[in-house]
Design a binder for this molecule. Structure first.
Ligand code: C2E
Ligand code: MG
Ligand code: MG
Ligand code: MG
Length: 299
């Protein structure tokens, strides 16, 4: 167990660990500024969604997209989600912001479908905090009705943190979401500390392999073992599996050979503004894939 904990600390530590430095005062000042600015961001229309393509690894076709929030503040400039999502969660502002994201993503996806492009799925990140809020189901229902979006094209990304805190949603709540016809995925899979039992108790459709594991698959035997185990776990549970953070041809090749269903990552595309995403759809761009001979497929 100590080994596993060490390994996890090593993987996560790069981003999550902080030492106390004098710069922290400056950082808390920045935090206060961000919090203040965040309160007005919605009404000032400072948010925009970018869309990152998700591709079927076998066919090479774009099959979906993940909506990713961007905040363009007139003075602070582009504030990345890593700087403001946690503040939005702590202050509860994530609830109205998240509602805006859901509505905007569905409306945009429906507009692309209506424009005659192949129908794609859109994945929207849902913060654990949004589960605590009343009217989650009613809100979702209203968005689907108002935008005319068919629910089967909406995927909702949850994180493992949801299943290991005291706000663990009632199984009932997830079933009510599923009853709307949407699908549910677990984001950043493998980085949480939750027990895996929730996978059999909750109506999940997709596992998203965290990019920290994908990053070293071609160099680190432990990460290879983790990634192949997650793929096997997903398939044994009849779930689809998508790898995020795919940056190289080698990583993609590895994932293909091991039967991963979908990929998302800079290797194919960064998250794109509306116009660029539409350009990609218009050009029908996808991955070029050579068929893998059946006998070469590694289980
Ligand atoms: P996430 O949901 O895991 O989203 C994937 C993140 O990985 C995105 O970062 C994306 O730009 C990045 N990424 C994708 N492919 C690659 C790659 O090949 N290499 C690298 N290095 N990075 C890649 P982003 O957009 O900065 O978002 C960070 C996180 O902020 C998201 O992680 C998600 O947890 C949160 N977030 C973003 N938008 C929303 C939102 O609308 N609502 C909520 N609640 N959270 C959001
Ligand atoms: Mg996500
Ligand atoms: Mg993720
Ligand atoms: Mg992530």
């Amino acid at each position: 167990h100590a080994d596993i904990a060490m390994y996890r600390a090593k993987k996560l530590g790069r981003n999550n660990f902080q030492f106390y430095t004098p710069a922290m005062n400056e950082e808390s000042l920045e935090r206060v500024r961000i919090e203040g600015a965040l309160r007005n961001a919605l009404e000032r229309d400072e948010f925009v969604l970018y869309y990152q393509p998700q591709l079927d690894i076998k066919t090479g076709k774009v099959v979906g997209m993940e909506a990713l929030l961007r905040w363009q503040h007139p003075e602070l400039g582009m504030v990345p989600p890593g700087r403001f999502i946690s503040i939005a969660e702590e202050t509860g502002l994530i609830v109205p912001i998240g509602a805006w994201v859901m509505r905007t993503a569905c409306a945009q996806n429906k507009a692309w479908q209506d424009a005659g492009f192949d129908k794609l799925r859109v994945a929207v990140n849902l913060s654990a905090r949004q589960f605590g809020a009343p009217d989650l189901i009613e809100g979702l229902e209203a968005v689907l009705k108002d935008t005319g979006m068919e629910p089967k094209y909406l995927e909702i990304e949850l994180t493992e943190s949801l299943f290991m805190s005291d706000i663990t949603p009632a199984v009932d709540l997830l079933h009510r979401m599923k009853a709307l016809g949407v699908s549910l995925s677990i984001d950043d899979f493998g980085t949480g500390y939750s027990s895996l039992s929730y996978l059999s108790r909750f109506p999940i459709d997709v596992l998203k392999i965290d990019r920290s594991f994908v990053a070293d698959i071609t160099r680190d035997a432990n990460d290879e073992a983790i990634v192949t185990s997650i793929i096997a776990l997903a398939h044994n549970l009849k779930l689809a599996v998508i790898a995020e953070g795919v940056e190289t041809a080698e990583q993609l090749d590895y994932l293909r050979r091991h039967g991963c269903d979908e990929m998302q990552g800079y290797y194919f595309s960064r998250p794109l503004a509306n116009a660029q995403f539409e350009q990609l759809l218009r050009e029908g761009r996808g991955l070029t894939v050579e068929a893998i001979p059946e006998q070469v497929v590694e289980a």
